[in-house]
Design a protein around this ligand. Structure first.
Ligand code: COI
Length: 358
């Protein structure tokens, strides 16, 4: 690895780690190390290192604290049947991260540096991958604008870092499916905005709508398009798929306002190779309701790195709600999820070259 390694002086003792890994939930158990690479205009990217996880010290005028100049990624490392660990399509995350950087006027991190940093962290902290059936190491690469300047221009100093969290499933409990709330008040992204960049601001802006969903007894929010307030775009932090009676599947097209999900892309590939009819076409909320009620639509699911593939059981709006199929995991949802997860976890061959042993 091209990162200097300063091992944590006080790693979490193995017994304590074992206790934390029994039921880690999502995003609250963190590992011993982190990767850091710094940037400034004079030196470019420099001081790549793997070190003990520690707090940042930054100036209160750091641009990230004021103007949210921040981007991130989400990816997972899995425990392999024969020992060791594997990453899933890390090159796709490296590419998307560089694109997000450009949209947020940040210096793109060379893809090899991104990959080296992630690999180094997984190697150092692989004992933090839970051995549970749904367990993995969730990796969170991110970049923030550092420095001390309140003017309206891009910063000249940046910090890139990767932290890792031992995780189980994203959704709590063993509910067979999740429920969605259709927000009519809030929009996630507009044409020309930052919708397809993975930047913190998109998520900050969605929290009030997610809270509205929870107040209405639902697990996730559904965002409609900004222009017509009609076309289903994505959920609070995941893409959405529809499954029809004729065995075809559909997901909203990547028109600039939707996150280019790696899970979304992988499922489209798997579905096409299974011989399914696949459409990347707009789908309206009225049509979704009509199709669910007539039985033309039989299943729907959310997908993302964190959510994996999670069936949607019901959809609620201010003036009513509709149920989807049997409100449990439908057969096609299950088939697609198994095909994906089996490749990710090394339980099936990987004809696509998606898995990288670390
Ligand atoms: C992911 O799926 O990796 C995300 O970034 C979504 C976030 C809501 C956890």
């Amino acid at each position: 690895s091209r990162l200097a390694f300063e091992p944590a002086a006080k790693p979490v003792p193995p017994e304590e780690r074992a206790r934390l890994l029994e039921d880690p939930g999502f995003g609250r158990v963190f590992t011993d190390h982190m990767a850091i690479i710094e940037y400034d205009e004079a030196k470019g990217w420099h001081d790549a290192r793997l070190t003990a996880r520690h707090p940042f010290t930054m100036d209160p005028a750091a641009p990230v604290l004021h103007y949210a100049q921040e981007i991130f990624e989400g990816m997972k490392a899995y425990r392999r049947p024969g020992g060791g660990a594997a990453l899933f399509r890390p090159d796709a995350n490296a590419r998307r991260f560089a694109k997000s950087a450009i949209r947020l006027a940040m210096p793109p991190l060379p893809e090899e540096m991104f990959l080296d940093s992630v690999r180094a962290l997984v190697r150092a902290d692989r004992d933090w991958i839970p051995a549970t059936e749904d367990g993995s190491l969730y990796l969170r690469p991110f970049m923030i604008a550092n420095g001390s300047f309140l003017g309206m221009r891009s910063s000249t100093q940046f910090i890139y870092a990767v932290i890792a969290s031992s995780v189980g499933s994203y959704f709590k409990g063993d509910a067979a499916s999740v429920s969605l709330w259709v927000t009519r008040e809030y929009v996630r992204a507009a044409p020309g905005g930052t919708g397809e960049a993975k930047c913190g601001g998109n998520y900050a802006g969605s929290l009030v709508a997610q809270a509205e969903a929870v107040r209405n007894g639902c697990d996730q929010v559904v965002f409609l398009d900004a222009t017509e307030r009609r076309w289903v775009e994505e959920l609070g932090g995941m893409n959405v798929f529809f499954v029809f009676e004729d065995g075809s599947i559909q997901t909203p097209p990547l028109d600039g306002t939707i996150l280019h999900g790696v899970t979304r892309d992988s499922l489209l590939t798997l579905a096409r190779d299974m011989g399914l009819t696949v459409r990347e076409e707009p789908y309206s909320i009225e049509q979704w309701k009509a199709d669910a009620e007539s039985g033309r639509l039989t299943e729907a699911f959310a997908c993302g790195t964190a959510a994996v593939v999670t069936p949607i059981g019901r959809v609620k709006e201010a003036d009513g709600e509709f149920a989807i199929g049997g409100q449990s995991t439908g057969p096609l949802t299950l088939r697609l999820r198994s095909a994906l997860v089996d490749i990710q976890r090394g339980d099936a061959p990987d004809p696509y070259g998606w898995v990288e042993q670390v």
